[in-house]
Design a protein around this ligand. Structure first.
Ligand code: AMP
Length: 229
């Protein structure tokens, strides 16, 4: 059976602190498994760039590294999930970020006779997260993250998806002050969600400090999916 068949309909939460590599891993899993990637941060950034009312509301919270209020966030993400074709799986990245959001997600899926199948926690130590976030650049078109050249410290030149028309930028919330606050918020409000899922037997931890490919192999292994030979 192919990986995509094995993963068909999978409802997954990719969990972890900012900078753990959730977005990078989600892109790779999307390519390998064909499962839709729903990133709450990307949804907010889309609202910011298109100048919607929701984007205006979210901007201040995002720039300070705080959580956007649940009244706004939960509806936005559940609406996006509701737009996916019926029975199709998805990978959530950046949501849920507190136990209230986790409960709202469960309640909404239960109404649709569905449930989260697995939560994979990508674990990375704080000092490594700070190093990664301060070196991180994002492509405005495809949202892929890229790092500075480790040897020269030079910013990345462009992305491989849109090499001729690529706008690489540093996120406003990757400033040292915002990063510090995002980590405080993560430990205070988001980390308790790990217990929520652990109690329900859904949580698997994966070490996230290795190379991107090897973390991806660990993720597939954690999901019980092995690469075809
Ligand atoms: P991310 O791209 O996941 O790091 O998210 C960027 C920012 O968007 C966060 O620092 C929050 O301000 C906001 N955000 C993203 N997801 C959520 C969420 N589930 N709950 C509240 N705020 C969120």
């Amino acid at each position: 059976m192919s990986l995509a068949n094995a993963a068909s309909g999978l409802r997954l939460v990719l969990f972890g602190p900012p900078g753990a590599g959730k977005g990078t891993q989600a892109q790779l899993l999307k390519e390998r498994l064909g499962v839709d990637h729903v990133s709450s941060g990307d949804l907010f950034r889309h609202h910011l760039s298109t100048g919607t009312e929701l984007g205006d509301l979210a901007r201040g919270y995002m720039n300070r590294g705080e959580l956007v209020p649940d009244q706004v966030t939960i509806g936005m993400v559940l609406d996006r999930i509701g737009q996916l074709p019926c029975g199709q799986g998805f990978m959530l990245d950046g949501f849920p970020r507190n136990t209230n959001q986790a409960r709202a997600l469960d309640e909404s899926l239960t109404l649709a006779n569905a449930a989260i199948d697995r939560v994979v926690h990508i674990a990375v130590a704080d000092d490594e997260l700070i190093r990664r976030l301060s070196n991180r650049y994002i492509c405005r078109s495809c949202q892929k993250p890229f790092a500075r050249d480790p040897a020269t410290g030079a910013p990345p030149s462009g992305c491989d998806t849109f090499p001729d028309d690529c706008d690489i930028y540093q996120r406003d919330d990757d400033t040292p002050e915002a990063v510090a606050n995002r980590l405080v918020v993560y430990h205070r409000e988001t980390a308790p969600v790990l217990d929520y899922y652990r109690e329900r037997g859904l949580l698997t931890d994966v070490a996230g400090e290795g190379a991107v490919e090897s973390v991806n192999e660990s993720l597939l292994h954690a999901l019980g999916l092995t690469v075809e030979v």
